[in-house]
Design a protein around this ligand. Structure first.
Ligand code: HEC
Length: 457
């Protein structure tokens, strides 16, 4: 699966670099003041060592990036000097029992999230070329220390149960619009009814399949997050299920594509179309583990991506440039993400909307800016703004830009409404995330360290 995704992402990366419009940046925030105001606080230094890379100076502009800037072939934290520096900070953390520097469960949960990502990366990371170093020893040195820090900062089941629903906090903060506003298309919005059990947003499911609908995101983050897909039709909940039924009942949803040897079967261009005004959302929610080593779905929303279809038309000419492709797509794109300092400060549930010109390195996929030789890495100027990148992977009119559409056609199972009586308060949380992770080798590696150290889990 990783290989398939990696190949797909290599193709997309070429496209992402298509436009490199210059962006005016404000003064970057103090690089390391994430957990505490003092940048020299050990938690800040540990965070900065991971997120602000000396060999990739533009990471200074993104000290609060959603994911650590570590990709498939990254050598940072493995080659020196960054490896020795990271080991030194982790040792300092362990020796000084820096887990006691804060009792705030939210801060511990977020540090767990980030260090867990580094641990998994240190399990799965691959050398770029056969002759490149595999850094076996360096990866092991990182993993041993990370596993112990992770063990020490894990929350108790009671602390986990008391973590806040930051999405609800963000909605009630009033910081965000509640609906798509065609008169202010630049304004991101946060639908208050997204998680309403019988509301207009319908969660797309893949019942009977051990893999969730958004499998590429899910596996790319190795189940440390759940990714949930929601669909909203202007006609409401019943209209959405009627549409899903029509889609599923469509005879011959797949057609042969002799032009593409890798995908001999493609979605029939004539499958039923959804109406203008349809919205789709991809919600990312954090997986954590408790101090007994048990995996849990947490209530923390890490990001919400929304696409709104303000126009659906088939085009018979190729779009001119990136802006042409965006206009042609008929969609408006939104991305709301977690900001750590905002979360800790209790501001709008820690969620903030990405601004139109905002840039980030590769957010999703195996290949980052640091392929090739050090010194030749890409800078942020090589990237298009995040909100302009959406169209690279979401082209096509209406339903044809919905990447999850393949899960809505035969031979998949028909999407059916669930009776609200059977739904718990967090009905969308997916136990498959936990069972998938449970059987994955990176989780086995982490739990093996805990067992070997004789720790409590
Ligand atoms: C590198 C490719 C890529 C980029 C760039 C990308 N997406 Fe996606 N997106 C996907 C894939 C693939 C899925 C299908 C779910 C899965 O398998 O993980 C998806 C799913 C979604 C969904 C759920 C509905 C659907 O289409 O299946 C939404 C909503 C979404 N993306 C919004 C966005 C927004 C907004 C942006 C830009 C900020 C964006 N995406 C950028 C690849 C991408």
């Amino acid at each position: 699966m990783r290989t398939v995704l990696a190949l797909a992402c290599a193709a997309v990366l070429g496209a992402i670099l298509w436009s490199a419009a210059p962006v005016v940046w404000g003064r970057s925030p103090r690089a390391a003041a994430i957990y505490e105001p003092n940048p020299d606080h050990l938690w800040n230094r540990l965070h900065a060592k991971i997120f602000v890379r000396d060999d990739l100076p533009d990471t200074q502009r993104l000290p609060d990036a959603l994911d650590p800037p570590l990709w498939y072939h990254t050598q940072y934290l493995l080659s020196n000097p960054s490896h020795k520096q990271a080991v030194r900070i982790l040792d300092e953390f362990l020796q000084t029992h820096a887990e006691n520097l804060t009792g705030d469960p939210l801060k511990r949960a977020i540090l767990q999230r980030d260090l867990w990502a580094v641990f998994d990366w240190a399990v799965a990371r691959h050398p770029e070329h056969v002759r490149d170093p595999a850094y076996e020893e360096e990866r092991r040195e990182l993993r041993t220390r990370l596993a112990e820090v992770l063990r020490r900062i894990a929350l108790s089941p009671e602390e986990l149960a008391a973590l806040p629903d930051n999405y609800a906090q963000a909605v009630s903060s009033g910081e965000f619009g509640r609906n798509y506003d065609p008169a202010h298309r630049e304004r991101a919005f946060l639908p208050p009814d997204l998680f309403e059990a019988q509301g207009p947003w319908v969660e797309l499911e893949d019942p009977g399949n051990p893999e969730p609908v958004a499998f590429q995101h899910f596996s790319d983050h190795s189940a440390r997050s759940s990714f949930l897909v929601f669909l909203r039709l202007p006609g409401g909940r019943k209209a959405a299920f009627d549409y899903l039924q029509a889609l599923w009942s469509f005879p011959g949803p797949w057609v042969l594509s002799p032009a593409d040897a890798n995908h001999p079967q493609v979605v029939n261009p004539d499958v039923p179309q959804f109406p203008t005004g349809t919205e789709v959302a991809l919600v990312r929610q954090l997986t954590l583990f408790d101090n007994q080593g048990r995996l849990v779905n947490s209530p923390i929303t890490e990001s919400l991506q929304i696409r709104v279809y303000r126009e659906i038309r088939k085009s018979d000419h190729p779009p001119a440039g990136l802006d042409g492709a965006i206009a042609e797509s008929g969609q408006d794109f939104y991305d709301i993400e977690l900001s750590r300092p905002q979360l800790f400060a209790g501001k709008a549930g820690g969620l903030r909307a990405l601004q139109p010109g905002e840039k980030d390195f590769t957010k999703f996929g195996a290949f980052g800016p640091d392929g090739g030789r050090p010194g030749q890495y890409l800078t942020l100027d090589n990237y298009s703004p995040v909100l302009k990148q959406c169209v690279f992977c979401h082209q096509g009119a209406g339903i044809h830009s919905l990447n999850s559409r393949v899960k809505l056609l035969k031979p998949h199972v028909l999407q059916k409404d669930r009776h609200s009586e059977s739904l718990g308060p967090h009905w969308w949380q997916d136990a498959r995330t936990l069972s998938w992770k449970q059987s994955h080798d990176d989780w086995a590696a982490l739990t093996a360290y805990w067992k070997a150290s004789g720790g409590s889990h």
